[in-house]
Design a protein around this ligand. Structure first.
Ligand code: PSV
Ligand code: MN
Length: 433
């Protein structure tokens, strides 16, 4: 039977695994033999993969939307407790998503201790808090229509600072250790905004937030090239983000959302530069074809995701000081069941990490030092083309998850039962999230 802390009945998961475990073990053994020929110890890789986790955004379990419309799914979460329960399903079956990232005010509730206890009963904890000064809230005295932390009016800036401080307060009660700040500030017309002044205001405001951060907290600055401002944004790229982080203080670093760059930008290169500067905060994983499409991680450009992980694994291998990036998904699920997308995306991120672990760093170094472009690139391709599914399956199975999470989820009928328990609240409305 499902329970409050285990929304999918564990005997269902066992039954699902029972009929698949023999094949999974055989496949694992076979892959182990192949990797041994490449001098890779599969069990060591498996142990690292078992330790890997990526956070889920609370807003990811709701059906997303576009600027034009939102088509609600059935059994959608109605409030943050429902969202946590859906996150628990994702983690119960996939075993790769032990943390949840909240967005305020979307996840406001009356009892933060109850929320923390509920999360812990689900085996979940809280990742970075996200503030929201990109939309106006009910009864908010001053509007963010023309900006927030970088607004021309000091009173509006101060209101936006206050909101971020409240997010830190809530996060403290939940055991979070970071605040992620993405602002929608920018301009739609040439001349509308004084670029340098707006940036200075942003830095001054962010310093005030930084000054209130608890000792063991960090602030993550998220850059984005456009949207909702379509001519310029205040923190439009990693260069602005890095300048800002360096000016704000030691606890500030730069968060890379994969969908927030100009087309064809070399994101893995940006990652390498941020690692070198000691200011890589972490990631919001998603994929895109055109803009900030917020599609499922690796659904369009899995090689790019692998190349990003190649940089990350290389930095960890070299023991770069203070290298500890935070991993999170940030996607909008418009046409899929969000739980299925999140489980698949988490496994995709885990897959890219696993593939990057297969690269022989000494051989790559030697190829680079010998200017052997073909050998170097083939080495990466070989790792990327290795089907590491058996490693992911065994890791999940040993952690009590499902060998095939989506199949298990569908068999459990969770969505249908939520459709009964959670009647659709509203059908209409637009909005990106
Ligand atoms: C902005 O596009 C963003 O990526 C930021 O992380 C927001 O907080 C999130 O999406 C929510 O929609
Ligand atoms: Mn994001």
């Amino acid at each position: 039977m499902p329970s409050a802390s285990q929304p999918i009945a564990t005997d269902m998961i066992h039954a699902h695994n029972d009929v698949r475990s023999r094949h999974a073990r055989n496949d694992y053994e076979h892959l182990g033999e192949q990797l041994a020929r490449r001098h890779v110890d599969i069990d060591k890789i498996r142990a690292k993969v078992a330790d890997f986790g990526v956070a889920i955004p609370s807003w990811g379990v709701g059906t997303g939307g576009t600027r034009f419309a939102r088509f609600p799914g059935t059994g959608e979460p109605r409030h943050v407790f429902d969202k946590l329960q859906d996150c628990a399903v994702v983690h119960q079956l996939g075993r790769a998503t032990p943390r949840v990232s909240l967005h305020i005010p979307w996840d406001r509730c009356n009892d933060w201790s109850e929320l923390r206890e509920t999360a812990s009963a689900h085996g979940l904890s809280f990742d970075a808090m996200n503030s929201n000064t990109f939309s106006d809230q009910k009864n908010q005295p001053l509007s963010y229509k023309f900006g927030s932390l970088s607004h021309v009016d000091p009173a509006t800036r101060s209101q936006a600072i206050g909101h971020n401080l409240e997010c830190i307060d809530i996060g403290l009660r939940l055991g979070s250790k970071a605040l992620t700040v993405w602002i929608g500030d920018g301009s739609n017309f040439p001349g509308q905004q004084h670029f340098r002044r707006a940036f200075d205001h942003y830095i001054e405001s962010s310093r005030a937030i930084h000054a209130h951060l608890p000792e063991d907290w960090k602030i993550f600055l998220e850059h984005k090239i456009c949207e909702p401002a379509f001519y310029s944004t205040v923190i439009q790229d990693w260069g602005s983000s890095l300048m800002a982080a360096q000016a704000i203080g030691a606890k500030a670093s730069c968060l890379v959302d994969l969908g927030h760059h100009a087309p064809n930008v070399n994101i893995e290169m940006i990652v390498a530069r941020l690692i070198a500067s000691g200011r890589l905060a972490g990631f919001h994983f998603n994929d895109s074809k055109y803009g900030d499409d917020d599609l499922d991680a690796g659904s369009i450009a899995p090689y790019r995701l692998f190349l990003i992980f190649n940089e990350l694994v290389s930095a960890a291998h070299e023991g770069i000081a203070h290298f500890d990036p935070a991993y999170m998904l940030d996607q909008s699920h418009n046409v899929t069941d969000p739980i299925e997308s999140l489980m698949t995306s988490a496994a995709q991120v885990q897959r890219s990490f696993t593939q990057a672990l297969l690269v022989d760093r000494a051989v790559l170094d030697a190829a680079q030092d010998a200017n052997d472009a073909l050998a170097a690139t083939q080495l990466l391709k070989q790792a990327f083309e290795t089907d590491v599914t058996p490693i992911l399956q065994v890791v999940r199975m040993e952690a009590g998850g499902a060998i095939e999470p989506v199949a298990a989820y569908r068999a459990a009928g969770y969505r249908a039962s939520m459709a009964q328990q959670r009647p659709t609240v509203s059908a209409a409305g637009g909005g990106i999230v």
